[in-house]
Design a protein around this ligand. Structure first.
Ligand SMILES: *[C@@H]1O[C@H](CO)[C@@H](O)[C@H](O)[C@H]1NC(C)=O
Length: 291
């Protein structure tokens, strides 16, 4: 009897602990997906909107202006997942940029840029990686789905060993830390997350041949369900993580990931600076042969 009461007490206690844990976990998840908490609109004079209690963000573009937002915090390493639904219909000339960047002349930057197209023609996913102010590392891809029909997850993994870009969990590009071979790697400048929707009809679609059809304006891209596992950079402590699961800090590509990336390269890559002999007649950048 006494023993049983003790046991009931114990399991009640365990249940409370469990509920507490679940509540904490949920509030973390809810907090993690609130645009009002983690992001701020930076430009566009009302064209960028956070709605639905912070769960949805939309950017729009018309002839007068585009719009953009950024993270409130700066991060030094992180895994950032963002669900984006791109401008539908005739999106020719529009560019939806989604990237992380530090500031200054020797800045680091990791870019996703989505170049719009005429209805039914494929978007181009343009990527680039800057280290210490130097980019020129473009790779471009078609996607294996229509990115305007639904939300899809675009992720940036940035840890001390590597940078990997993912689309719906499939790795499309990796930039390894090859500092030991003399190639700079972003690891000391904190970066913010940025996104913007703007017009680049001079070059975005078929090299600028197809102009923006302003009768279709405003153009709109939508964002939801982001997930930030990242080290928040602040002056007091150089890096403190907001997340309990730190496995992303050690994450790298396993054999399956390598195979998936190969599949993307083979079937969807349409431009790779590492094979552009016209551009690099004196030889390719060193990371091209090392990775
Ligand atoms: C637009 O469609 C054309 C024709 O399919 C294609 O060549 C081009 O790569 C597509 N994307 C952009 C952004 O121009």
């Amino acid at each position: 009897m006494v023993l049983m009461r003790k046991m009931t007490k114990k399991s009640n206690y365990e249940l409370l602990l469990l509920i507490g844990f679940v509540l904490i976990t949920i509030s973390y998840v809810v907090a993690a997906a609130n645009f009002n908490q983690d992001f701020e609109v930076t430009w566009g004079d009302g064209r960028a909107k956070i709605v639905d209690g912070g769960r949805l963000l939309s950017l729009s573009l018309d002839k007068a202006s585009g719009s953009g937002f950024r993270s409130k915090n700066e991060y030094l390493f992180g895994k950032i997942d963002m669900q984006i639904k791109l401008v539908p219909g005739n999106s020719a000339g529009t560019v939806t940029a989604y990237y992380v960047s530090s500031v200054g002349s020797a800045h680091d930057e990791i870019d996703f840029e989505f170049l719009g197209n005429l209805s039914g023609d494929p978007y181009i996913l343009h990527t680039n990686i800057f280290t210490q102010g130097k980019g020129n590392r473009e790779q471009q891809f078609y996607l294996w789905f229509d990115p305007t029909k639904d939300f899809h997850t675009y992720s940036i993994l940035w840890n001390p060993q590597t940078i990997i870009l993912y689309v719906d969990g499939t790795p499309i590009r990796e930039f390894k830390n090859l500092e030991s071979r003399g190639i700079p790697f972003p690891k000391s400048q904190a970066m913010r997350i940025y996104s913007s929707l703007w017009d680049a009809e001079d070059w975005a679609t078929r090299g600028g041949l197809v102009k923006t059809d302003w009768s279709q304006a405003p153009f709109t891209a939508s964002y939801r369900d982001f997930n930030l596992q990242a080290c928040v950079f602040s002056t007091s402590s150089s890096c403190s993580s907001s997340s309990s699961d730190q496995s992303w800090l050690k994450q790298s590509l396993d054999a399956t990931g390598e195979a998936r990336m190969k599949w993307v390269k083979k079937n969807y890559m349409i431009y790779n600076y590492c094979t552009d002999t016209k551009r690099f007649p004196q030889g390719f950048p060193p990371e091209c042969s090392l990775s």
